[in-house]
Write a protein that binds this ligand. Structure first.
Ligand code: GLU
Length: 299
């Protein structure tokens, strides 16, 4: 069945090899079944946005031969929509305003889970006004959230115990990624989310949010991360080098190798479009290795 997938980079720096692997996996997964593929720039977290990064990401994707459907969407154009859904959740009693700061919680002895401080719900019943405060989603009644990831298999988390009530809008009025991505995937009609495994746990938060707001849950496929040779995650935060676009063929071939697709060596010397067309024709997601791979940026 055709599906609609997407690639949704944060413009906090240029495209690096780790994000190229995620882009390629989502592209092949959608296109190999004649599905649509959309491009969304996740620029909702304005303090993280680096000037010029989104244009440079789009340019690199174009030079690597990627073809997306329709116009690129920008989260910064959708703030009213996020506002609308946040207020729906507030009116339905799923969300509440919170006056706790990270440091006050630390002083109180609140512990950290995999996604940061496990918020114990101090402000749930305070009925504070939402102006200049963060807004949290109540996880008290959600129990265990489970889903079947197409790479990692069954995955579950007890959100109340392991994450706590999480923020949908920060006190500085910036909408959280969790709210923006859930609204975007729904209104874009995304039925299969393919993204890096660093977001595996986050998908449980997204499923709970989808339940609260009344959206359907897409399929999930989390792609094992690409690490630096020292084992740390290849990311903008760890200073991953921008890709070298003059080596497009080698880069795409290397990305296919990381995805277990066994590209023939001669593939590196054909055009990026031809490499992508080979990748779509030969795409087999069951070959994606579950373990993380390492990458040395010597290209
Ligand atoms: N914006 C995220 C990133 O650049 C990806 C989010 C997603 O695919 O849901 O890592």
């Amino acid at each position: 069945m055709p599906r609609i997938g997407r690639f949704a980079p944060t413009p906090s720096g240029p495209l690096h090899f780790g994000s190229l692997v995620a882009a390629l996996a989502s592209y092949c997964q959608a296109r190999s079944r004649q599905g649509g593929w959309l491009l969304r720039i996740e620029d909702v977290d304005t303090p993280r946005v680096v000037k010029g990064a989104s244009d440079s990401i789009l340019r690199d994707l174009e030079n690597l031969g990627f073809e997306w459907d329709g116009r690129v969407s920008y989260q910064s154009d959708r703030l009213e929509l996020y506002h609308e859904y946040l207020h729906q959740l507030l009116n339905q009693g799923h969300c509440y305003a919170c006056e706790c700061s990270r440091s006050s919680l630390r002083k109180e002895g609140v512990i950290n889970g995999v996604l940061g401080q496990i918020y114990p719900g101090n402000c749930r019943r305070k009925d504070l006004s939402d102006a200049a405060r963060s807004i949290r989603l109540n996880t008290n009644t959600c129990g265990t959230i489970a889903f079947q990831d197409q790479i990692y298999g069954h995955f579950e988390m007890n959100l109340a115990a392991e994450v706590g009530d999480f923020v949908l809008r920060r006190a500085d009025q910036v909408y959280a990624y969790h709210l923006a991505v859930v609204v975007d995937d729904e209104i874009d009609g995304i039925d299969e989310v393919v993204r890096g495994a660093d977001l595996l746990e986050n998908s449980c938060l997204h499923i709970w949010l989808q339940n609260c707001v009344g959206f359907r849950t897409p399929q999930y496929m989390h792609i094992p991360l690409v690490n630096n040779t020292d084992g740390t995650k290849l990311s903008k935060q760890t200073g991953a080098d921008p890709i070298k676009i003059n080596k497009a063929g080698e880069l795409l071939r290397d990305a296919l190798l990381h995805l277990g697709q066994g590209p023939p060596p001669e593939l590196a010397s054909v055009s990026p479009r031809e490499i992508l067309s080979w990748a779509i024709d030969h795409w087999d997601s069951s070959q994606i290795p579950v373990q993380e791979t390492r990458y040395s940026e010597e290209l």
